[in-house]
Design a binder for this molecule. Structure first.
Ligand code: SAM
Ligand code: SF4
Length: 330
């Protein structure tokens, strides 16, 4: 039954899957991780073969777009082998979200392995701030990585900025100019309450997409673009540039009606919604005996019934979801 469609109880077609390939990372961004993280034992993490099998199974169920994420996907050994394998599966779109720290070395090989698009996180253009937000990162290394990605000829590159009040919100205009100058799309993200962090209080650091838009409008007109990604982002264009400016607003925008995506954590838990705890253990099926692709497909199809109608984030800063973003990849 190739290319069957996955649909949920609310009539939404699920054709986009985000696969987390590792919970580890070479950064410790303040909004994503605690400084002192304990990572999963290796045997609990899906093998590359298991991840590739999941990708193949989802594609047989109508998935058209896969994004690899993490943690930091580029710290996983042999990630290029996985990219090559999934890259040959004929997806309409194949993307990765990365912190950019290893792109000087890996941008070209990733492109050659079949990756089509990259999202690269960049929260500050000030080296000291960048280091304090990422706790370990060096800005020049990531900027060189962004430039290496541009040279590698990806179909699209987008910068991701998590905007935090009192930390980097004053850099919104400079980040927009950076993106315009390099002809890169850019998205501004409201911080989500995933995982208990100690470094700041999330309620106090929330800087909304409306506020970001108002800042940009002091310098540029923003015209709504028609593209609907089926996700939490709303896109705008500027009359004098080709780039798109996105706003990812889990707090202020209810995007759930058009949600087309699910996520698989690094432990093989199928998450039906980033803002809810509903999940199904696919690793148990992947490692079950006898090996059965039919069972895996049936489990995924049935899991769609658990997809909730909407998320339940609120903006008071309380932690509603106990897992960290590095488990699910955002
Ligand atoms: N390591 C890669 C990176 O940083 O791009 C990929 C994984 S990271 C978890 C995916 C995206 O989630 C990044 O753009 C990051 O900025 C964002 N992110 C992490 N924690 C977040 C949070 N609590 N709220 C909003 N965005 C978050
Ligand atoms: Fe690592 Fe990405 Fe989380 Fe930053 S946001 S700590 S780069 S996984």
């Amino acid at each position: 039954m190739p290319n069957a469609q996955l649909t949920d109880r609310f009539g939404r077609t699920i054709n986009y899957v985000r696969l987390s390939v590792t919970d580890r990372c070479d950064f410790r961004c303040v909004y994503c991780m605690a400084e002192d993280m304990t990572f999963l034992p290796r045997q609990q993490v899906l093998t590359l073969e298991e991840i590739a099998r999941l990708a193949r199974t989802f594609i047989s169920l109508g998935t058209e777009k896969i994004r690899l994420t993490g943690g930091e996907p580029l710290v996983r050994n042999d990630i290029l082998d996985l990219v090559r394998e999934i890259g040959a599966m004929g997806l309409r779109d194949f993307a990765m979200t990365t912190n950019g720290n290893q792109l000087t070395k890996l941008a070209q090989p990733l492109r050659q392995a079949g990756l089509k698009r990259l999202n690269i996180s960049l929260d500050s253009l000030d080296p000291d701030r960048f280091h304090s937000i990422t706790r370990t990162g060096h800005l020049n290394q990531v900027i060189d990585g962004i430039d290496a990605a541009r040279e590698a000829g990806f179909d699209g590159i987008k910068l991701n900025v998590v905007v935090m009040k009192g930390r980097n919100e004053d850099e919104v205009p400079a980040l927009v100019e950076f993106a315009r100058g390099r002809n890169l799309d850019i998205s501004f993200i409201e911080e989500m309450p995933l995982g208990q962090i100690t470094e700041h209080h999330r309620g106090e650091s929330l800087f909304t997409s409306d506020q970001v838009r108002a800042m940009i409008r002091q310098h540029h007109d923003l015209v709504p673009a028609t593209a609907d990604s089926g996700g939490p982002a709303r896109y705008y264009r500027m009359p004098d540039s080709n780039i798109q400016v996105g706003f990812i607003s889990p707090h202020s925008h209810n995007f759930c009606a058009t949600c087309n995506r699910v996520r698989v954590t690094v432990e093989g838990r199928l998450l039906l919604c980033l803002g809810n705890e509903h999940s199904v253990d696919l690793r148990r099926v992947l490692r079950g005996y006898p090996v059965s692709d039919d069972k895996l497909r049936d489990t995924i199809i049935q899991a769609m019934d658990l997809k909730p109608e909407r998320h339940h984030f609120s903006s008071d800063g309380d932690v509603q979801i106990l897992r960290f973003m590095n488990m699910t990849g955002g």
